[in-house]
Write a protein that binds this ligand. Structure first.
Ligand code: ATP
Length: 254
């Protein structure tokens, strides 16, 4: 059952006690012609997803929220939203849990937020066009406030585990404000140039040798930059630059 609520920002929040996926609900709303930004927030998701349909594991006490953004930007720039959102989420975590040390929070290309080396949160930007062919997007945030999975091939973590217990609603309140600030920076400020340099400052492995798995292929190189489409620019040992797009790619930092 959904209800409208306003919490200090101009973006209304629609709450669900349980939902399959807040992003799927957002995409359905865009397809039905939704024209106003809205937050869709669930206590629990039963079919949360990451990139390429990978599952996002849900438990009560974590944050599951999607910002539905009709008309966010020219379509060509939609990939940049993932970086806008990553920065906003990082800002929000620091605002909601001020006891955390900024350097312990790293953005992992393209869509994750790490805390003390463990995956704290993921972002999934989906979309393209609405029912009338206009640009539109949904930005899904899954953040581990209370729980984190123990059975992943890499370490996950939560704010609780880091000694910074934070209610999902407190994080959402901070995220709502942070998204407004970062979207404004993107639209009205220095555009993607400003977002990119802020993002790179907090990126895991920036300037280091990293390895990237693209299907069965592994590319090793120095992480030098991201381009305007959010692609990663790696300098291989033979001097050749490789541009890696965020398809089915996994970044590993030794
Ligand atoms: P990778 O780290 O392999 O590059 P990814 O960025 O592609 O991952 P996403 O697609 O964003 O990951 O998210 C899905 C993956 O996140 C799952 O395959 C699972 O490994 C991991 N995952 C699922 N639920 C959680 C959670 N609550 N906390 C941390 N990680 C999770």
């Amino acid at each position: 059952m959904a209800q409208y609520e306003f919490q200090g920002s101009t973006v209304p929040i629609i709450r669900f006690t349980e939902i399959g996926s807040t992003n799927a609900e957002g995409l359905a709303r865009l397809a039905r012609g939704e024209i106003m930004p809205v937050w869709l927030v669930a206590d629990i998701q039963t079919a949360g997803r990451g990139r390429r349909g990978r599952p996002w594991t849900s438990e009560l006490g974590n944050l599951f929220a999607t910002l539905v953004l009709p008309n966010p930007a020219p379509l060509a720039n939609l990939a940049q939203l993932c970086f806008v959102a990553g920065l906003a989420l990082r800002d929000a975590v620091l605002a909601a849990a001020p006891q955390l040390v900024s350097e312990t929070l790293k953005l992992k290309w393209p869509n994750d937020l790490l805390l003390n080396g463990g995956k704290l949160a993921g972002i999934l930007v989906e979309g393209g066009t609405d029912a009338n062919g206009r640009p539109a997007a949904v930005i899904g945030f899954g953040a581990n406030c209370l729980h984190h999975p123990e059975d992943l091939p890499y370490k996950a973590t939560s704010l609780e585990e880091a000694g910074a217990p934070t209610a999902p609603d407190r994080l959402l309140e901070a995220l709502d404000l942070a998204m407004a600030v970062r979207l404004n920076q993107w639209h009205a400020g220095a555009g993607f140039a400003g977002i990119r340099s802020d993002w790179m400052r907090h990126a895991l492995g920036m300037g280091d040798q990293v390895s990237v798995k693209i299907g069965e292929r592994e590319v090793v190189g120095r992480f030098e930059n991201i381009d305007a489409r959010g692609a990663m620019m790696l300098r291989r040992r033979d001097g050749i630059a490789e541009i890696i797009t965020a398809g089915d790619v996994s970044l590993r930092v030794p």
